[in-house]
Write a protein that binds this ligand. Structure first.
Ligand code: AMP
Length: 217
């Protein structure tokens, strides 16, 4: 099962991708996480990506496309994968189509999670992330048991530098127009499933699961 998650930053792509990944045993590939790990490990990619990510802009397509192409060739992607945060531009969508063709892989579905803009701003600015394991919390809706400490690993919870309000606004601006074009791209290929995400995490997952069963399984 080869899937893509589409949606603006904060829509819950990562959270839902994690759930799909656990249930269907396919790897969750998040380009944002790949970049954040590279930054943490101070690799040459991390050094290039840090400034771009901190400003809320996009890492150049050429770099991002190569990373995903290599990742999809790894063994654990043989049974399928779920991409989160990629593609973000039409150039990336075309590159993905091209390298999936070359690998004889077929995209089953692009799942688009639609959330109102005001809600996204609230979610992102109130999001806290574990510095150690990347687990995500929300100060109101999903707070950790102990303030500032990750329930899963005891790591310190921080606000991602790109979750600060001014950067959030810039990220939304950068992504909104591009997302419209991606929605159109997958709709034309009859691969789009749209989900309105006003409900909680579990309800949204139930809806995604229902669609997967109806359309793919
Ligand atoms: P995310 O965790 O998906 O919100 O990604 C965090 C940041 O990583 C984005 O704001 C971009 O700067 C960068 N990034 C992640 N995925 C991509 C992508 N597909 N293309 C370009 N930049 C990306």
């Amino acid at each position: 099962m080869n899937l893509i998650m589409l949606g603006l930053p904060g829509a819950g792509k990562g959270t839902q991708a994690d759930k799909i990944s656990s249930k269907y045993e396919i790897p969750h590939i998040s380009t944002g996480n790949i970049f954040r790990n590279a930054i943490k490990n101070e690799t040459s990619l991390g050094k290039k990506a840090k400034k771009i990510i901190d400003s809320g802009s996009l890492v150049p397509d050429e770099i991002t496309n190569n990373i995903v192409q290599e990742r999809l060739q790894e063994d654990d992607c043989k049974q399928g994968f779920i991409l989160d945060g990629f593609p973000r531009t039409i150039n990336q969508a075309e590159a993905l189509e091209h390298f999936m063709d070359n690998m004889d892989k077929k995209l089953e579905l692009a799942i688009y999670i639609n959330v109102a803009r005001d809600e996204l701003i609230k979610r992102l600015t109130m999001r806290r992330t574990c510095k150690n394991c990347g687990a995500v919390y929300h100060l109101e809706h999903n707070p950790p048991e102990k303030k500032g400490i990750c329930d899963k690993c005891g790591g310190k919870l921080i606000q991602r530098s790109d979750d600060k309000k001014e950067v959030v606004l810039q990220r939304l601006k950068v992504n909104e127009e591009k997302l419209k074009r991606l929605i159109d791209f997958y709709d034309k290929r009859d691969k789009l499933a749209k989900i309105n995400s006003n409900a909680g995490i579990d309800e949204v997952f139930k809806e995604i699961d229902r669609i997967l069963k109806e359309k793919i399984l």
